[in-house]
Write a new protein. Structure first.
Length: 42
């Protein structure tokens, strides 16, 4: 029994929305941080 079978389509859509929202927020903040950029490209 997978995770998808336990959630309704509405809940799944909400989870996806928050996942992408948080991911986008983190990505923007990490990319703005020069220290992170220096670490990634070392």
């Amino acid at each position: 029994m997978g995770f998808m079978s336990l959630t309704s389509p509405e809940l799944q859509a909400q989870l996806e929305f928050w996942f992408y929202r948080v991911g986008g927020y983190l990505l923007l903040n990490v990319m703005d941080e020069p220290a992170w950029l220096a670490l990634m490209f070392c």
